[in-house]
Write a protein that binds this ligand. Structure first.
Ligand code: GTR
Length: 440
């Protein structure tokens, strides 16, 4: 009997250990960490290593970039370096983009026009596969006046972005969560993220807003790049032999540019007023899309963190090693060379911000989002401000991180929200003020 109960106790203790271990793993996964031998996360400002950032205005041959005319070549240099060493290069082959509006109607008590457009991407001449991306566009009802338009990818399918029963449920793979069964959206997945998109307010302020599910372009898991738009370009697949080819962030960013092509053709949308926006991994994506594609007149990144606006060399919060181990499919394979070796990087994220110059860019952080390193996000904007000055434009005002709750800067804008890692109406108000200032 005693032996039996000891066995039971041991079994119970063992199960608890397994459960605890499982919970730790789950927790690590949720906060983006993995229990391996990577350096522990640093949240202590005094432990940030001393680092030197590459000078944005020194050309590869050592010459000084001193005029706006010479910036374009320097910008290409940074873009090329970021592509080959971090996000991966885009495929060279031409893609065909066709679109069909499949639904139109009034939403939000008739105050907003909804259009749903199927965008089909295929390889010109090479194969017949088409990737379908659903673009949801909300705009002012009167299409005779062209509205500037925010474009951003979403995490859970278009049906999650608004309380609007007419939105087509995504049929793409979605990570399981409330409202999703076997990685597919159900009716219960509607409006789950509507707090992220204050649609009525955006329209009230005279803008349009367009969104698509990022998983329509490339499902967010490590599949060896066999699905999504990667499948259209098998010759450009990321591998150890092609360590400079695009990862998922590259695919999402490339997709944003294809969607911009569609938006440019829509009635009631101002092709000169496209604004790219994104939160978190999609904030990284918005920056990469905006840096590459001048069709985006304004670039907005919300809590983009590591691989977004945050300087990697600070190694504060999420690091290159952690992001590459938890999300091995986001970047190109060359980026792994900098795992715990940030000092060897011949670039940093200020190069990404600068590659948007002289177009306006806005960086938003959140005070409780230390994982994304608000100070590092701010500093990349501050350093990139040197490039805006070359054009006689003002960027951020000082090297000091501003206090929470104020928006600072001119062509480089910044705010630190007092709050959590999230895209919220508060952030949108600043984004719209910034867009009012630069587009109107
Ligand atoms: C985290 C990741 C961050 C950020 C975030 C998100 O797990 O570590 O870099 O991208 O995911 O996109 O929600």
């Amino acid at each position: 009997m005693a032996f039996h109960s000891t066995c039971q106790q041991m079994l119970a203790a063992f199960s608890w250990t397994l459960i605890l271990f499982g919970m730790m793993n789950m927790h690590n996964h949720l906060i983006g960490q993995q229990p391996n031998e990577i350096r522990p996360t640093n949240y202590d400002e005094s432990a940030v290593p001393t680092y030197t950032l590459p000078d944005l205005l020194t050309a590869p041959d050592g010459r000084r970039v001193a005029t706006p005319e010479s910036w374009e070549a320097q910008r290409s240099y940074w873009l090329d370096l970021l592509a080959r060493q971090e996000y991966g290069t885009f495929p060279a082959a031409t893609v065909a983009v066709r679109h069909e509006e499949f639904e139109r109607g009034l939403a939000f008590d008739g105050k907003v026009l909804r259009r749903q457009i199927a965008v089909y991407l295929s390889r010109v001449g090479a194969n017949e596969n088409e990737v379908r991306v659903d673009l949801l566009v909300y705009s002012p009802v009167d299409l005779s006046r062209k509205a500037s338009c925010f474009l951003g990818l979403n995490f859970r399918g278009n049906q999650g972005t608004a309380d609007d029963p007419e939105i087509r449920l995504t049929e793409s793979w979605v990570q399981n969560d409330e409202g999703f069964v076997n990685n597919r959206a159900t009716e219960a997945a509607r409006a789950s993220k509507k707090y992220r998109y204050p649609i009525e307010r955006i329209i009230e302020r005279g803008y349009a807003v367009a969104t698509a599910y990022y998983g329509d372009l490339d499902p967010d898991f490590d599949d060896g790049f066999e699905n999504g738009v990667h499948a259209l370009f098998p010759e450009h697949r990321s591998s150890d032999d092609q360590p400079e080819c695009w990862g998922s962030i590259g695919a999402w960013a490339w997709g944003l540019s294809r969607l911009a092509v569609v938006l440019e053709q829509l009635e009631g949308i101002d092709p000169e007023g496209l604004i790219v926006v994104g939160h978190s991994r999609l904030g990284k994506t918005a920056l990469w899309a905006g840096a590459n594609d001048p069709r985006f007149r304004i670039v907005l990144s919300n809590n983009s963190g590591c691989g977004g606006a945050a300087l990697s060399k600070r190694a504060f919060g999420e690091t290159v090693a952690r992001i590459n181990s938890v999300f091995p499919h986001w970047f190109c394979k060359n980026f792994r060379a900098y795992n715990d070796r940030e000092e060897n990087m011949p670039f940093d994220q200020h190069c990404l911000i600068a590659a948007i110059a002289p177009r306006p860019v806005y960086i938003a952080s959140a005070s409780k989002d230390l994982w994304a390193d608000p100070k590092g996000e701010y500093l990349s904007g501050w350093h990139a401000s040197r490039v805006y000055e070359l054009f006689g434009l003002k960027g951020l005002p000082s090297e000091e991180l501003p206090k929470a709750g104020v928006s600072v800067g001119d062509y480089v804008g910044y705010h630190l929200k007092d709050g959590e890692h999230a895209l919220e109406p508060y952030d949108w108000e600043h984004y719209m003020n910034f867009a009012d200032r630069h587009l109107r």
